[in-house]
Design a protein around this ligand. Sequence first.
Ligand SMILES: Nc1ncnc2c1ncn2[C@@H]1O[C@H](COP(=O)(O)OP(=O)(O)OP(=O)(O)O)[C@@H](O)[C@H]1O
Ligand SMILES: [Mg+2]
Length: 327
Amino acid sequence: MASAVKQSPVSIIITDAQGNIEYSNPKFTQVTGYMANDVLGKNPRILKSGYSPAGFYKKLWKKITSGETWQGEFHNKKKDGTFFWESAVISPIKNPLGTVTHFLAVKEDISEKKESEKKMIDIIEEGQRQLGRDLHDGLGQELTGIAFMAKSLVQKVKKNLPDETKNIEMLVDHVNRSITQVKNISKGLYPANLEQDGLQTAIKSMAENVNQLYPVHCNFNFKNVKRLPDPASEIHLFRIAQEALNNTIKHARAKNVTINLSQIKNIVKLQIIDDGIGIGESMQKNKGLGLSIMKNRARLINATLDVRLNDQGGTLVECLLGLRKGI
Ligand SMILES: Nc1ncnc2c1ncn2[C@@H]1O[C@H](COP(=O)(O)OP(=O)(O)OP(=O)(O)O)[C@@H](O)[C@H]1O
Ligand SMILES: [Mg+2]
């Protein structure tokens, strides 16, 4: 084997057409703890952590056996049981007749990058939570006090200054509207009912809020939804739904949007489907942060995230989260 492959800073595996390992380079051993002999003749699935939905590997295998290159990320397990993340490119190698004879996988350990992504998102989450609480408990309470004082002022001036009464009543209206706005903003920043009552309740109240505030009609369907074992998953799924819904409101010009949340066996499926103008490939590269944070969030909980045109032309955002068996 060429020394470029031997000394490569990335893991390299070559398998036969059935997926059995014929070669692994020293970096692979360094990352996974498996010696080349340990894995010779074995399928790379020995690295599987058990997190990814079954369909994930099926799709991968379908793509590479049809002669295409697959690119993506794995959540894998080392020989000593520790989990790690890899970014991988897997290409089929064909003989002159075009038959696939081998697969080449080039993989990079991205666990550290993931860790800093996670920290960044945790910081955003904590900042939002803090701001949400401060708005609700600070500004919200302050405004409630002002509304109360203004209301009692109405009673006082009614007799002596009837002309002023109207103005003060208008002031009360304004303050009450501001209170509603503050509450809505703080609810978005910090959905208090998420931790207590779970994803289904939080999504339901977000959808009801959208129905009250925006011209788009938001439907929701829940099927067999249980509390998730990991609270972080609930937060990230909620934020994904929230960003998808915000995008529908901001960009889609949709009449309807539907949120579906279901659990079938160990797969949690979240879909946000709108009937708007539809998201094009090029739009996804727009300057916004929302989609990329959504993708980061999905990756953090080892879920897959798909954003595409749906069959009716609107936008479909789909997040699939595999729960570990036995939980
Ligand atoms: N449901 C949708 N329908 C139509 N276009 C969409 C939809 N969702 C996203 N887009 C398009 O994709 C782009 C990128 O979305 P993204 O959420 O990343 O950014 P943004 O919403 O523009 O900004 P930010 O999320 O940072 O506030 C949007 O600018 C918009 O053009
Ligand atoms: Mg957005």
